[in-house]
Design a protein. Structure first.
Length: 303
């Protein structure tokens, strides 16, 4: 989410959320014209799209898929950033950039379903949707807003809580995002995974992804993918950790993409009243949605 503009020489550029066909884009980062073209991009069977609401594990998937492409050989990934090899759909500059990307073309995106290539609905290409429990998403996004210069700095947690609940952030409403994608899952080649299952058992999720993508990796190669995709390793891997983003966009002194990487951090920020309110909204908005989430680390420990 943090690249794609060329404001490295600007003293100060005012980024703001701008409504485009019912979805907020970030002015100066996203081009509404290019975003509108995505719908008509021709899709090949080998195309892969990782779809996430912000702060749900996007860069984690970039690392996993990148490593899978090189069969777990991390030395083969040293010369290029993950964000260059697996770019953001909403940040590409033109259709030509998409068309000429080497196969398999792998992209990540926070865009809602309605903007994505029509071909996906004809079961061309593959979609991996990564969801994370929305309370942890909210907290991770709050911390991200404090150091991301292209997003409005929240006054405090309460202020951000309100913005998130109203969907007044890039990505819009979490509930609508997950519902819009998951309600169309049968139209696409679609794999749904969660951040929490990756925390619980990364290896089995990596195996699931490999099988979905038809990748034949040996057990050792799979081990390598898993080992190189742990929080600790990624945090220190400049190809994966987004430390290359210029300070004009991310104030690295105030935060990091690889922040905590855990489940249940919402408990450090939510008040009891906020938690109750969130639960009420969650129950109401998700009442017809057959998805469940893990809210705390203790739920991950099998007795
Ligand atoms: S963004 O800005 O939307 O692209 O951010 P995104 O990559 O989706 O989400 C960032 C959060 O994912 C965590 N992360 C990980 N957690 C555990 N293990 C690994 N390997 C990993 N990689 C990324 C990252 O720490 C952010 O979560 P928080 O809660 O802020 O730590």
């Amino acid at each position: 989410m943090a690249e794609g503009c060329d404001h490295s020489s600007c003293e100060a550029f005012e980024y703001k959320l701008v409504l485009h066909r019912g979805f907020k884009l970030i002015s100066g980062i996203h081009s509404p014209e290019v975003v509108d073209q995505i719908h008509n991009f021709e899709i090949q069977d080998s195309d892969v799209f990782v779809i996430t609401y912000p702060k749900s594990g996007t860069i984690w998937l970039q690392q996993i898929l990148r490593l899978m492409e090189v069969k777990g050989d991390v030395t083969a990934t040293n010369d290029q950033l993950n964000s260059e090899c697996i770019p953001w759909m909403e940040l590409i500059k033109s259709e030509q950039q998409f068309v000429s990307a080497p196969s398999p073309r792998i992209h990540v995106s926070h865009l809602p379903y309605k903007f994505m290539p029509f071909g996906l609905k004809q079961k061309k290409g593959k979609v991996i949707y990564v969801a994370r429990n929305p309370k942890d998403v909210l907290v991770s996004y709050f911390h991200f807003h404090k150091y991301a210069n292209m997003l409005e700095t929240p006054k405090d947690f309460d202020d951000f809580f309100e913005k998130f609940m109203k969907g007044n952030v890039f990505g819009d409403c979490w509930f609508e995002h997950v519902k819009s994608w998951c309600s169309h899952k049968d139209e696409m080649n679609f794999l749904y995974i969660t951040y929490e299952e990756m925390i619980k058992d990364l290896r089995s999720v990596v195996e699931k992804i490999a099988s979905f993508l038809g990748k034949n990796l040996t057990p050792q190669q799979l081990n390598n993918v898993v080992e190189q995709s742990t929080f600790k390793i990624m945090k220190n891997n400049p190809q994966a950790n987004y430390q290359h983003i210029p300070d004009i966009l991310l104030n690295h002194k105030l935060g990091s993409f690889m922040r905590k990487g855990t489940v249940g951090d919402w408990k450090t920020c939510f008040t009891e009243a906020q938690n109750e309110r969130f639960d009420k909204v969650y129950q109401q908005k998700m009442k017809d949605v057959p998805l469940t989430f893990i809210w705390d680390m203790s739920e991950l420990i099998t007795p």
